[in-house]
Structures are given as structure tokens and as C-alpha cells.
Design a binder for this molecule. Structure first.
Ligand code: ACO
Length: 360
């Protein structure tokens, strides 16, 4: 009988080489397309990082060129909304976004990766507005993805500081090694399925609370805690019930997620209107201590989703739209990884061990 080494969560399994990003879980470092994440948010914007990722995946471009083609791609996506939105009728926002992505397809005269990147903010904004009974707002092709996403969500431009904060967010979450949604996109791409198939899979994997579905529950937690005096009893009770604290813990990071500080800084540029940042910081500090006591040796620290929730909440983005907005940023990484995987030509196909009955 063959002995099999099974790693249920694929922890520590290396499935690809990539030129796109590197996560150092012990050092608390994230490198995206050659720059540390903190530096990246200072030195470039979403179009800049997306251009670097696409170039590294074999689709050479630059930030200015990408800004222009993504503006045009948003306009094209908006023109197709009437054909796409019926597929989302009656679905909640997150499920509607899944159906909307699945309804995008190849179009004459536009590269698949550009069509996808341009469609994401248009779909996220249109569905978020529909959930509030509002009509979609047409894109402004002259703006960058972040400023236009905010404008399409609200029906009016955000301030320069708000657009910059959302841009820092989209840049920060653009890619992150072999995370679950990127792996899902790469598995689909490895079958030589097209980018539309791969990115739909990426979003589906992102949606769960153990991955990109965590930020809305972080805000629910902060709201439920409510006051400084309630922090300890609320967190202690949640941990005693065996619940997970959303926004904490990570498969790879055993120290603080470096994206948390980038996003915390971005929140700081906004002022504190509508968000009690002091309370959030106290919750974070207590949660880290409580987790160290409740789960000794597990090294659970703040992950990207804690300050994602606070940042997107401060931008008044409806919480049901948090995961679709995450997808707007992460699509840059997904398409680049899918292209990289397709180029290897190698099908991703692991094995399993049969534990069912054997034939008589
Ligand atoms: N709160 C309480 N306990 C936790 C948490 C948490 N946030 N995270 C892990 N643990 C516990 C587990 O219950 C487990 O305890 P046990 O050994 O007593 O059974 C131990 O720590 C190890 O957990 P694992 O599940 O093995 O860790 P894994 O690497 O699979 O988990 C994950 C990573 C899924 C992110 C986890 O930390 C978690 O569920 N966090 C909360 C959800 C969250 O914040 N998701 C967003 C992640 S960031 C992103 O994907 C963009």
C-alpha cells in the first residue's frame, strides 16, 4: 500500500513560481511586482501596480496607457449593463456580483484582461446602487479606477483625500501570493479556460469569511462591541464560544500583516467622521492580547481585513459591497496570475486518498 502525505489545507505546498508577488510570513513583508507594499502605496497608484503586474505576466503596458484603456473599458462595460444586470435580478449584492462577472464575455476590440479590469468597478457600483434603489451612474473615462469607483458608487465625486485612500486600498490588495482566490483562478486557468472563467472562480473563492468576506463582519463586530467598556466582555465571550475574531489570524503571516499598517495610515488621512478610530484601535489591541492567551503558540495577529473594514466603512461604502470592492483591486492580481499559469501549460491536478468502500 502506498503511503500518502496529506496536507488538508495545502499548508507549505508550493504550487508555482511567480514573478508577481512574494509574501514573507515570518518577516511580515509583502513584495508586489518588485516593491514593498508600504512603498508601493507611496510610489504608485492602482493603474501603476496593475501595469506592473500585467507587464510581469507578459502583457507589457504602463500606468498612463492602462489608465486610458481602463477608462474606455469602463465605458464599454457600462454600455453592456442592460444585458448583464438581468442575470443578477433577485440576488443579494454579493451573489449578484458573482452572476454579473459570469455574464461578462469576450468582446471585439478589447483584450480580455482589460475588459475584466474595466468591468469590475462598473458592476460593483451598479449593484451597490441598485441595492439602495438607485440607478447606475455612468463612468468618467478620464478618472482613475479608484476615483471613478467612488464617484459611480455615490453619484458624486469623492474628495481628493477619499479617492486617494480608496486608491491606496486597491493598490495594497492588488496581489498577495498564492492566496485561496488566486489559487482558484490559477486552477481554472491551468485547464486553458479563458480569463472570464478564471476570474469568476477567483471571486467565488474570495467571497467566504475566511478570505475576502471578512471585512463586513469586522464592522458588525465593532458595532456590536459599541463602547470601550464592552470590549473585554464581548471578545472574551466570543472566544469562549469558540468563535473566530474576524480580521485576525492568517495562514502565512505569523506577525502583523504589513497591509494593516498601510491601510491604517490611509484611514488616518480621512479624519474620523463616522468612525470611532479610537475604539477600533482599542478593540485591536485587546483582541491581539486575548488571542495570544486563548490560542497560545498560534501567533494570531491583525490581518488586512481589520483596517479594510474601517477604511471602506469610513468611505461610506455599503458593507455588502466590501467584497466586490476588494475584487476590483484583486482582479489585477487574478488576471496576471491566470496569464502566468496559462503560459506554464501545466494542468493543476493534485491527488486524493480514497476512504470509501471497495467493490466486493
Ligand atoms: N479568531 C480566533 N481563533 C482563531 C482565529 C481567529 N481569527 N484564527 C485562527 N484561530 C485559531 C483556530 O481556531 C485554530 O485554533 P485550534 O488550533 O485551537 O483549533 C488556530 O487558531 C489555528 O487556526 P487555523 O484554522 O489552523 O489557521 P488557518 O491558517 O487555517 O487560518 C484564517 C487562517 C482562515 C485567516 C483564520 O485565521 C481565520 O479564520 N481568521 C478569521 C477570518 C479572517 O480574518 N479572514 C480574513 C483573512 S485575510 C484574507 O484572506 C484577505
Amino acid at each position: 500500500m502506498t503511503l500518502h502525505q496529506i496536507t488538508a489545507g495545502l499548508d507549505g505546498v508550493t504550487a508555482a513560481t511567480t514573478a508577481l508577488s512574494h509574501v514573507d510570513g515570518e518577516g511580515g513583508e509583502l513584495i508586489i511586482a518588485g516593491s514593498r507594499v508600504a512603498q508601493l502605496a507611496e510610489e504608485t497608484d492602482f493603474e501603476g501596480v496593475a501595469a506592473r503586474l500585467l507587464t510581469a505576466a507578459g502583457k507589457a503596458t504602463n500606468a498612463d496607457e492602462l489608465r486610458q484603456v481602463l477608462g474606455e473599458a469602463r465605458v464599454r462595460a457600462f454600455a453592456r449593463l442592460d444585458a448583464i444586470l438581468p442575470a443578477t435580478e433577485g440576488l443579494a449584492l454579493g451573489a449578484g456580483f458573482r452572476a454579473a462577472i459570469a455574464a461578462i464575455d469576450k468582446e471585439e476590440g478589447i483584450a480580455d484582461e482589460i475588459a475584466l479590469l474595466g468591468a469590475m468597478p462598473v458592476l460593483a457600483a451598479a449593484l451597490a446602487r441598485r441595492a439602495e434603489g438607485l440607478a447606475p451612474v455612468a463612468p468618467d473615462a478620464k478618472l482613475g479606477q479608484a476615483a471613478d469607483l467612488l464617484r459611480m458608487l455615490r453619484g458624486a465625486p469623492g474628495s481628493a483625500a477619499e479617492a486617494a485612500a480608496l486608491d491606496a486600498y486597491l493598490t495594497t490588495v492588488s496581489d498577495h501570493g498564492m492566496n485561496a482566490s488566486t489559487f482558484a483562478a490559477r486552477v481554472v486557468a491551468s485547464t486553458q479556460a479563458d480569463l472570464f472563467m478564471a476570474i469568476t472562480a477567483g471571486y467565488c473563492a474570495l467571497s467566504g469569511p475566511l478570505h475576502g468576506g471578512a471585512p463586513a463582519p469586522v464592522l458588525d463586530m465593532l458595532e456590536a462591541i459599541g463602547t470601550a467598556g464592552n470590549i473585554a466582555p464581548w471578545i472574551d465571550a466570543a472566544l469562549a464560544r469558540g468563535e473566530r475574531l474576524m480580521g485576525f489570524g492568517h495562514r502565512i503571516y505569523k506577525v502583523r500583516d504589513p497591509r494593516a499598517d498601510v491601510l491604517k495610515r490611509a484611514v488616518g488621512t480621512l479624519g474620523s467622521e463616522g468612525m470611532d478610530l479610537g475604539l477600533a484601535a482599542e478593540v485591536e489591541a485587546y483582541a491581539r492580547e486575548a488571542l495570544a492567551i486563548a490560542k497560545p503558540g498560534r501567533r494570531l495577529d491583525t490581518n488586512v481585513e481589520f483596517y479594510t473594514a474601517i477604511l471602506l466603512g469610513a468611505l461610506k461604502i455599503p458593507r455588502e459591497a466590501f467584497t466586490p470592492v476588494f475584487a476590483v483591486g484583486r482582479t489585477a492580481g487574478w488576471v496576471a496570475h491566470a496569464l502566468e499559469q496559462q503560459r506554464t501549460g501545466r494542468l493543476l491536478r493534485p491527488a486524493s486518498v480514497y476512504t470509501g468502500p471497495m467493490p466486493a
